[in-house]
Design a protein around this ligand. Structure first.
Ligand code: FES
Length: 168
């Protein structure tokens, strides 16, 4: 009847479980290796996905839209239009006989509409006195920290066509 006798004073159920409670949190070398391999594989797959996405990512294609005819506005004059959608207001300025520039009209500070000041030859935002260069849309003064997005124009015959938006 020795086989019926228990070897210790612990309850029977504890003897039948081979793992001790104190060892349950102990991470074996095999578990650590498995964890590291899986984590590395996950990071590899993530990086591969980012790489493939950057290779095949297509930049936004902007529509081509007629903005104005040459000579339609006088030197120093402006024309307002929307591009690329009806909600994106833009301003076209004829700054010289053969030179036009165009920018988004939305101030990069808090989105007020900028206007062209012929006296100071710059784009001005009336809300917080933010001033932008007419040459490149860069910030001259005020709270805006980013330049105005520039509308890329192409001359085709006697027409100016908006073809792209450059955000810097
Ligand atoms: S919204 Fe234009 S300067 Fe603040």
């Amino acid at each position: 009847m020795n086989w019926l006798r228990r070897s210790s004073s612990e309850p029977l159920w504890k003897e039948e479980f081979s793992i001790r409670t104190a060892d349950e949190r102990y991470v074996t070398r095999r578990q650590l290796t498995k964890f590291l391999v899986l984590t590395s594989f996950g990071m590899f797959v993530g990086n591969l996905w980012i790489l493939l996405r950057s290779l095949f990512y297509k930049t936004t294609a902007y529509p081509q839209q007629r903005v104005a005819r040459l000579g339609e506005i006088p030197v120093g004059g402006v024309k307002l239009f929307t591009y690329p959608t009806q909600n994106d207001h833009c301003i076209l300025v004829r700054i010289a006989e053969h030179e036009h520039v165009s920018y988004s009209q939305k101030c990069t500070h808090l989105s007020c509409a900028v206007y062209y000041s012929q006296e100071s030859n710059r784009l001005e935002c009336p809300c917080h006195k933010g001033f932008f260069s007419i040459a490149d849309g860069s910030v001259l003064q005020g709270p805006p920290s980013r330049p105005l997005p520039r509308i890329v124009l192409e001359r085709r015959g006697d027409e100016l066509i908006a073809v792209d938006v450059k955000v810097s």
